[in-house]
Design a protein around this ligand. Structure first.
Ligand code: ATP
Ligand code: MG
Length: 421
């Protein structure tokens, strides 16, 4: 679990801002659900025989009432629970998004943490393939907005439950024939969840997995048509994709379209975003049956990839730094700074870190002003202040130009201090 500190946290805020802005343009609305949910929600929702439920959940008993609780390992189950609880689909479908921490007890490594953060989008109540495509377009737009490169879109279709059933029987027969080549996990899952065996990360089993019967070959006409529509919309939008028939995703709740955005630049933690359709989850957690589709991206992985690609995020710097030679003027100085902030200027005030030694020399204050990255110093000298003015001195450009500004006319010159001004 990581502490996210400044200046790194500025990258997080930058990304979150881009996401909010983009979600608004797609008319997706923000949703915030609790970090703790009943354990049963995840066991039912994600499936008992999944990596997450079997070995990654932080579960505990509420000592006060004996309830079994879990720190959410993902947010879709909680969103669905809330949608059902508040009958949000009563007047039609909903487009929603969330951001926040998730918890999985994994072996920590680059791009894999025990508290990590996801941003996710969900469209609930819409059966059509156009919504699957819209969600993929949304993710794709986000990569463009933040300048992310080299992400590959991989698609697959998991079909419908009865198609999976037929495939499952064929798969079990195949795996039974090759039982000697199965690792321990796979043997345990042979009858409980054979499809997940195809999702193995064990290189020793790749050959076996490659030769297994493919779910895709079991898809019926309606499933294929749904998938074709998704692909046609992506093609019309010039979004490249590749077919990955081994893409099965980590939760049991998916059907029809599944997808991942993958990069080769983060080692083995190359999936930055994954999602798909989950038409049976709402019913599974006790709601009236309704279709749904969504995705989640890993914030840490997206930010690491951006960094890897050398992307520059605006540095943290105030517009102005207030140099205050005399502590006696602080009440008036701070009243002025409040006005500037109300006018949209970001100002950092010089503040001593040692008690009882005054404000410090002008030299040391200017040194701090410089280090802050501010473009201007506001010098609140007693001479200026006696004239009801402040000196505005350029720190970055303009060869240290300075000019005296009347405090009574602050509205007239405040804008020029702003980066955007
Ligand atoms: P992986 O196959 O890498 O374990 P996953 O299939 O378990 O990923 P999802 O549950 O689909 O991941 O979550 C969506 C995204 O969240 C992933 O694509 C990834 O970017 C991110 N993510 C998942 N687990 C972690 C983690 N432990 N640390 C950081 N990011 C994660
Ligand atoms: Mg995982």
């Amino acid at each position: 679990m990581n502490d996210i500190l400044p200046p790194e946290s500025a990258r997080w805020e930058w990304l979150e801002e881009k996401v909010r802005n983009l979600m608004a343009r797609f008319a997706y609305r923000n949703m915030r659900t609790p970090i703790v949910e009943p354990t049963a929600l995840f066991v039912r929702g994600l499936g008992e025989v999944t990596d997450i439920v079997e070995k990654e959940m932080y579960s505990f008993e509420d000592k006060l009432n004996g309830e079994q609780l879990t720190l959410r390992p993902e947010a879709t189950a909680g969103v669905v629970r809330a949608v059902v609880e508040h009958t949000m689909l009563y007047e039609g479908g909903k487009r929603l998004y969330y951001m926040g921490p998730m918890f999985r007890h994994e072996r920590p490594q680059r791009g894999r943490y025990r508290q990590f953060h996801q941003i996710g989008a969900e469209a609930l109540g819409f059966p059509g393939a156009e919504v699957d495509a819209e969600l993929i377009l949304l993710a794709h737009s986000l990569w463009q907005e933040i300048g992310l490169q080299n992400v590959e879109l991989q698609l697959n279709s998991l079909g419908q439950p009865q198609e999976r059933k037929a495939h499952r029987a064929a798969l079990i027969a195949y795996l039974e024939k090759n039982v000697d080549a199965l690792d321990e996990d796979a043997r345990r899952r042979l009858y409980s969840n054979p499809l997940r065996i195809l999702d193995t990360k064990n290189p020793a089993m790749q050959e076996l997995v490659d030769g297994a019967p493919r779910l895709y070959d079991f898809l019926g006409e309606a499933s294929l048509r749904h998938f074709d529509t998704v692909k046609a919309i992506l093609d019309a939008n010039g979004i490249p994709w590749t077919m990955n028939q081994r893409l099965v995703r980590g939760m049991d709740y998916y059907n029809l379209t599944v997808f991942e955005f993958v990069t080769t630049q983060l080692g083995s933690q190359g999936t930055i975003c994954g999602g798909g359709r989950y038409d049976y989850l709402i019913e599974e957690v006790g709601g009236k049956p309704a279709p749904a589709v969504g995705w989640a991206l890993g914030v840490e992985r997206v930010l690491e990839l951006l960094k890897e690609q050398g992307s520059q995020v605006p540095a943290l710097a105030p517009d102005a730094y207030a140099v205050v030679p005399d502590a006696a003027s602080l009440p008036q100085v701070m009243a002025t700074l409040q006005k500037l902030r109300a006018l949209g200027v970001s100002v950092q005030m010089h503040t001593p870190t040692t008690a009882g030694e005054g404000m410090g020399s002008m030299k040391s204050q200017f040194k701090k002003a410089d280090a802050s990255g501010a473009r201007f110093a506001l010098v609140f000298g007693s001479d200026e202040m006696a004239r009801g003015a402040v000196t505005v001195k350029a720190l970055r450009d303009g060869d240290g130009q300075q000019a005296e500004r009347q405090l009574s006319a602050i509205d007239g010159w405040a804008d020029a201090l702003k980066i955007s001004g």
